[in-house]
Design a protein around this ligand. Structure first.
Ligand SMILES: *Cc1c(COP(=O)(O)O)cnc(C)c1O
Length: 234
């Protein structure tokens, strides 16, 4: 694990990469949020990041996330769930998180809606759009996505914010951009269909520049901040 100093330097570097990409691709300054992905990292590493004014954190594994949310209650952290959702485990997600990026079915959305405490602000939702570099064979069509968006918007205690995608890794920047572009097109399709989405959760440590070039508003950065993860943890 990197030292506290290294984590802080890595956050500064990630911010600089975001700022540089915003400038280079004609994006407004500050239009891209840094989401620090803290899965497999201890609460102490998150605390170090908070000291560097990082307040948005993404977690993938529910139990581990709940432990850290409990331990860090004194911090003004905005928690994002970005992992696979099991339908029998939606309640703690609905109760404890501020955002969920990985909603891909109405069934899950309905459960989150029903289980979101009325005392909390609406749960921010991104629909996960599956894209692969073999064009877009898997996943929902734009039309199906729009139908899901309409259904989700009708549910109480949820606020539909945008789309999230996790493309297959490729080192080819043009390919990265082509895939991200497809997600941007999906967002535009939904906006044109009357869904006012303001969020595109796109880009990770290795491809954040390509994502920002194509319109990302939130990059999810793990290893570039906290160092490489142990691969066998889950
Ligand atoms: C782990 C993870 C990330 C962060 O990936 P890095 O390559 O470490 O930046 C981003 N998004 C999701 C959905 C993840 O699971």
């Amino acid at each position: 694990m990197p030292t506290d100093t290294a984590i802080k330097q890595n956050i500064e570097q990630a911010r600089q990469r975001i700022t540089a990409a915003e400038e280079r691709f004609g994006r407004s300054p500050g239009s891209v949020e840094l989401l620090a992905v803290s899965k497999t990292q201890p609460a102490s590493a998150i605390l170090t990041a908070v000291e560097q004014q990082q307040y948005h954190f993404g977690e993938n594994y529910l139990q581990e996330a709940l432990d850290k949310i409990g331990a860090l209650q004194a911090c003004a952290i905005t928690w994002h769930f970005i992992g696979a959702i099991q339908s029998n485990k939606t309640r703690p997600i609905a109760e404890q998180f501020d955002w969920v990026h990985s909603v891909s079915s109405l069934k899950i959305a309905k459960r989150l809606s029903a289980q979101r405490p009325a005392s909390r602000a609406d749960l921010n939702i991104c629909l996960q759009f599956n894209v692969s570099d073999e064009a877009s064979k898997s996943g929902l069509s734009f039309e199906a996505l729009a139908a899901l968006a309409s259904d989700v918007e009708a549910l109480p205690h949820l606020k539909l914010r945008g789309l999230m995608a996790i493309p297959q890794k490729t080192g080819d920047v043009n390919q990265q951009r082509a895939i991200f572009h497809r997600v941007k097109q999906a967002q535009q399709y939904l906006i044109d269909a009357g869904h006012p989405l303001d969020t595109l959760s796109l880009g990770m440590s290795a491809d954040l520049e390509a994502a920002i070039a194509e319109g990302s508003t939130m990059v999810r950065i793990g290893s570039a901040i906290f160092g490489p993860r142990a691969t066998t943890a889950h």
